[in-house]
Design a protein around this ligand. Structure first.
Ligand SMILES: Cc1cc2nc3c(=O)[nH]c(=O)nc-3n(C[C@H](O)[C@H](O)[C@H](O)COP(=O)(O)OP(=O)(O)OC[C@H]3O[C@@H](n4cnc5c(N)ncnc54)[C@H](O)[C@@H]3O)c2cc1C
Length: 347
């Protein structure tokens, strides 16, 4: 079966065309509605990478990437809320700890929607969230600077660093409780609709049964490396959406040129993403990531230029895609990615 013919890809496209893209301007000015996430929960898309034995589709990664592209190009805010879910699903699919039996089924079938609070552990040796063993469980203290989907998702996967430099990932209910307070949702230059907050942790206690992973930091860093160095499908999704805006503005020639360039970088990036050793060929991954950013920037800029002054209307898709593209430049950014991107921009 080709990727495009996979039933979940068809379902994502149908959702994008019928619901997400037509309402993207409205969502951008307000909030991702629970009804959008309800439609995604029902569609089976949340279980795309989950094992079949737990109700998921067990689809290969190229299918998962294609779906993320389609959703990001249709409504980046909705994409961003649901994309958090796939990290917990993949982690649960790999663990043999008891939490797998409790949560993998509901997460695979859309009964529960998950968010993540773990980017802060990439700042090691700076520790923003400390995890301390405490009475058959873990106590978490510190600040999670970014948590997306607050009020929209049901469970959160929280990471903290122990005093012996190990990382503990554990699930919590995504609501205020003793030891967990959320800020007001942030007003941002893009994706305000995704309800991003910061979380204050003052002794949030989670039982050992909620732990999904407990691993030395160096080992986690190796697994984590390709997540931040690979080009993101969302970047291609936004680039293609901008190319479509160009086409609608009668700029078929420019659109065709840009589409060809995006196709080629996407092909190379996805080929490398399939490389069997995920933490190898980091320089090449970073170079392709940078190239994908360049092309997304070119496509979203071209959409603004082609539409002229009317693209400054807050309802115009060109300015929204431009702002969403700006957000994607820093989403999941690590110090390695930031250095490589800045060095490439300055030469
Ligand atoms: C709108 C928005 C929503 C987000 N939602 C989520 C979410 O739901 N869940 C989530 O986990 N993350 C989320 N993030 C975080 C995101 O994935 C990136 O990790 C984040 O943009 C990088 O954080 P920063 O730029 O604030 O970090 P900065 O503090 O500016 O650091 C940039 C990079 O350098 C590293 N670094 C910083 N200081 C040090 C140091 N002293 N030593 C070594 N390395 C260091 C950081 O870890 C980071 O990788 C969100 C970000 C944004 C902008």
């Amino acid at each position: 079966m080709t990727i495009a013919a996979h039933p979940l890809v068809a379902r994502a496209q149908e959702l994008a065309d019928r619901l997400l893209a037509p309402q993207a301007a409205l969502v951008d000015r307000s909030e991702v509605p629970a009804s959008h996430l309800q439609a995604i929960r029902r569609s089976g898309l949340l279980g795309v990478s989950a094992p079949r034995a737990y109700g998921g589709a067990g689809a290969p990664d190229p299918v998962a990437r294609e779906i993320q592209e389609i959703l990001a190009g249709a409504c980046c805010s909705t994409w961003f809320v649901q994309t958090q879910h796939h990290t917990p699903v993949r982690m649960l699919a790999k663990t043999e700890l008891p939490v797998r039996e409790r949560l993998l089924g509901p997460l695979a079938t859309g009964g529960l929607l998950a968010g993540i609070a773990y980017a802060h552990v990439r700042a090691f040796p700076r520790v923003l969230v400390r995890a301390t063993a405490d009475q058959d469980g873990w106590r978490f203290d510190g600040t999670v600077p970014w948590y997306t989907g607050w009020g929209l998702n049901d469970v959160l996967l929280l990471a903290g660093v122990t005093d012996s430099d190990e990382i503990v990932f554990a699930f919590a209910e995504a609501r205020e409780q003793p030891g967990l307070r959320a800020s007001e949702p942030m007003r941002l230059a893009a994706l305000t609709a995704a309800r991003t907050v910061s979380l204050e942790l003052t002794g949030l206690w989670l039982p050992e049964e909620s732990v999904a992973l407990h691993t030395p930091r160096e080992k986690f860093a190796l697994v984590d490396l390709p997540r931040s160095t690979n080009a993101s499908p969302a970047v291609f999704g936004v680039a293609y959406a901008a190319v479509r805006v160009l086409e609608e503005n009668g700029e078929a020639g420019t659109a065709q040129e840009l589409r060809g360039l995006v196709d080629e970088v996407r092909r190379q990036a996805y080929e490398l993403a399939e490389h069997p050793v995920a933490h190898e060929r980091v320089e090449e991954r970073l170079a392709l990531k940078k190239r994908s950013y360049d092309l997304m920037r070119a496509a979203t800029t071209a959409a603004v230029v082609a539409g002229g002054g009317r693209t400054m209307d807050v309802d115009h898709p060109a300015q929204r895609l431009f702002r969403e593209g700006m957000f994607l430049l820093v989403q999941g950014q690590t110090s390695v990615v930031r250095r490589a991107h800045l060095d490439a921009l300055a030469c």
